[in-house]
Design a protein. Sequence first.
Lengths: 300, 656
Amino acid sequence: MESIIADKKTFKYAYFPGCSLKSTSKEYDISAREVASSLGVILKEIPDWTCCGATPAHLTMHILSIGLPVKILLQVKEMGISEVVTCCAACFSRLKFANDIMSKDQLHREMVSRVLSKKYEGEVSVRHFLDVLVNEYGIESISKKIVKPLKGLKVACYYGCLLVRPPEVTKFDDSEDPHFMDDLINVTGAEAISWPYKTECCGASHSLSNTEIVLRLSNDILRFAKESGADVVAVACPMCQSNLDLRQGEIEKRYETKINLPVLYFTQLLGLALGAESKNLGLNMHLVNPFKILQEKGLL
Amino acid sequence: MARTGVFVCWCGTNISATVDVEKVAEAAKNFQGVRFSTTYRYMCSDPGQNIIKQAIKEYRLDRIVVAACSPSLHEKTFRKCIEESGLNPYMLEIANIREQCSWVHKNREEATDKALQIIRLASAKVLRDFPLEKKFISVEKKALVIGGGISGIQAALDIAVAGYNVVIVEREPSIGGRMARFDKTFPTLDCAACILTPKMVAVSQNGKVVLHTYSEVESVQGYVGNFDVKIRKKARSVDLKKCTGCGQCYAKCPVKVPSEFDMGLGMRKAIYVQFPQAVPNVPVIDRENCRYFTQAGKCGVCRKICPFQAVDYDQQDEIIEEKFGMIIVATGFTQFDHSVYGEYGYGKFKNVITGLHFERMVNSSGPTGGKIICPSDGRDAKDVVFISCIGSRDEQKGMPYCSRLCCMYTAKHALLLKEHNPESQAYVFYIDIRAAGKNYEEFVKKVQDEYGAIYLRGRVSRIFEKGNKLIVRGADTLSGSQIEIEADLVVLATGLIAQADAPKVAQMLRIPYDKNNLFTEAHPKLAPVETITSGIFLTGACQSPKDIPDTVATASAASVKALGLLTQEKLVREPQIARVDAVLCSGCKLCVQACPFKAIEAEEIEDRARKQKRIVAKVLEGVCTGCGVCTACCRMSAIDLDNFANRQLMAEIEVV
C-alpha cells in the first residue's frame, strides 16, 4: 500500500535550462528532459527566462550578479512552484549564491528590490538535477526503472568546481570527495571508478582568455581518468564538458598524446540505461565520438 | 558616629594627570561621615601607608576609603595597613579612580567629577561596613594527583620527596602516559623511555606514593583542605599483589587485537601489559575481547597457566573513598583526529599516518622494531612528506590555537628518518616554524643543514593514491610555485587537543574550561597553575599544549602550590561569604541549583514561630567563595553577601 502511494508522489519542478543548454550543450537539455520524462519527473520550463549572469556578471557589477538570478527566482515564485531545477553547474552556483544572500542579508534585499521593484527573501529552493534524482527521486526508485544496464562501462565521474564549492553555499554533497554522481552511475550498471581528480578545476571560462591554462588543467584531468581506467568521463556542467570534449583535440596536439576519451553528461548515460534511443540523448553532438566505445561494450 | 578617612592616590601621573586629586580630596571632606582626607603621590608605598596609619591614630578614624587603582591590585595591601593600626581589615573600601576613571578619560574636568562620584559611592558604602572575622579550616595532609603521565609523576614525586602523602589515579593500566610512547625527545635526542622509566620506578617505590592504575575519579565533593573523593578501581582481572609479571599468561593467550598503545600498528593479546616497562608490571584483561568473557567461560588458558593464581575472572570494580586536602589535575591531552580532512583522505589512506604512529614505528620496542615502513605493504619509506599544523591554527576544521610542539617533533622525525633510513628524503610543509625554546631553533637548523630535510613553506591542498605511491600536491609560497611530490609515506603533525571527557572532569572538579575544553588557570600570567577553585591546581597539557620541559616545570610549580597548603595546620578563608536569613528564606532551593560551587545545601529547621519543620538554605562556609550568584537569584532577598550586602549596595545607589 505504502509503495503505491510513494510511486504516485509527483515530482514537479520549475526548470531553468540556462543559455548553455540552449546552445553549446543542447544534448544536456535534450537528455535531461528525456530522463525526466521516462522517470515521470515534470520539468516545467520558466516562461521567458533570462540569463543568470554566469561568470561575466559578477566581474562586471556585483548587484547585477545577484539581481539577474533573483529575477529568475521571482519568475519561479510567480509560477506558484517552490523549487527550481537546473542542470548547468554555473547556473546552479549563481542561483544558489543569490538565494543564499537574499535569505540572509537585509542590505542586499533592499538593493535588489530597488532594481527589480519586487521583494524577494530567498523563498524558492534551488536544486541541481543530480541532487533531485539522487536525493528526491532516490537511487532505489531509479534502480527499478533501469532496463538496459550499462554493464562493463567504466566511468570517471567528474564534478568540477561549481557544484560542490563553496560548501557553505552549495550545501551539495561532500565537497572534498563527492559521490552523488558515482552513486547514480553505479545504479545504471556502469562502474564509477575511484579517482582523485573529481573536483579539480578544468580551467572553466579561461577557455577563451587563457586557453593554455585550460589545455594544461584539462589534460591533467583527462590523462588521470584514462590512467585510472575510465572508458568515458561523466560530467554535470556544460563548461567542463566543453573544455574536456571540445578542446580534447587541441590537448592531444599540444601534449603530443592520444586520449580519445568521450565526455558525456550523466543524463546521457542514465538515459541509455533507462532505455532511451541514442538520437533522443544527443550522443551524436560530441566531438569525441562516444559510439565506438558504447558499441564495443554492446550498449548500442 | 562614623569617622571616615579618605585617601586619594596620585599614582604618579597615572591618576593626577587626568584627575585633579587635590580638588577631589577637598570636596570629599563634605561627604557624610568623612573626618579627614588627603592625597599622596603613591599611597601604596611605605610613606603612603604611614600617612594612613598616622591619620587613623590622630583623627580616631574607624573606617577608610582609599581612592586609587583596582581593588584586585592593592586591596590586600591596605587591609593589612589598617589592620596594623588596630582597625578591622574589612572596614575598608577601595574607590577605583584609575582603571575605571583616569585611564579611560581624557577630559580633566569630567574625569575629576567622575572620580568624585566614585569616592562618594565608596564613602556611602563604607558607612555600612561591619567588621568580619577570618575563618579557619583544617587541612587533610594528603594530595590527589589525577593522571599518571610525566606531569602527574613529577608532581607526585615532588610532594613525596617533601615528606607528604600523595595518591595518583591513572585511567590506563600503567603509568607513563603519552611520553611512554615516544622514541627520542627533542632537542637533545635522549630516549624518552630512558629518562621516563627511572621516574616511573621511583614513584612506584616511594613509600609516600600510592598508585591507583586502571582507575578513575568518580566524584569529588568538599572544598580546599577537605575534598571527599570517590575512586573507581576498575576490575583488572589480575591480582596486583599475587602477580609477579612473569608474562606466561599473555604469551599463551590466543586472542590478538590491534594494540591501542601502538596506534593499531601492532597487535596485543586480550590479556596484556601496555609496554615492556609498564608500572605496575601487571597485566590486565580486556574483557571486551577476552574469550572467557565473550564466549561464556570458554578458554581460561591464562588462569590455568598462571603459576601464582593471580588471574581472577570474578574480580569486580572497587570503589575507594578517600579524603584529600588538595588536587592536582594532570589529565593531559589527546591528539587531533585528522579524519575531518577530506583533502588528506579522511584518514583512509594507510600510508598517511600521524606523528604518534611515527613515534611508535621509530621506537625500537615498537611494532616494527624501529623500522620506518609503509603500513600498506611494509616496504621501507624513502620519500616522506611531513605536514605541520594538522588541526592547529585552523579555524575552519580544527583548533584556532598553535599546538606549540609540532614544529619541534616534526623536525625530530625528519632527523630520525634520515638516521633510520639513510637513503630517505624528508619534505616538511610548514606555515611558520615555531621553535621558541632553549636550543630549539638550533635543532631545526641542524635538521635542515646536516640532515638535508627540505622545508617548504606552504600548505598541502590534496593527497591522493597513485599505485603504491601517494601524490602530495601543495604550494611552495616562497618560490610561488605548485609542488607535486611522489611520497611513500605522509606524516601528519596532528595538534594537541583536550581529552574528550575534559568538560566532564572540569564540571566534577568545579573548575572552569575554555571554548577549546582546556582547563582555565586562575590568572594567565600570575597564577598559571592555580584554578579559581582553591585547592585545585593544573599541570601539563590539560591547561594548554605543552612539551615535556614545560610540562615538568608546571608539575613542579603545581606541587609547590600543593605543598603551600600541606605545610599549614589551618587554612585562612576570606570571610566575605553568603549568609542566609532563615526567617526570610522560603526554601525554594533556587540558590542550591544556582551555586556553581555546590556551597549551598537545603536544611530542615524547626520553625518555632510557626511551630513546624521547614526547609531553608544553608551556606557551607568552607566552600562558599563569595561569588554572589545566590544573592542575585534569591527571590526573597534572604541571602546576603558579607561586605556586599544589599543594604550596602543600596547605600551606594542612593547617593548617586
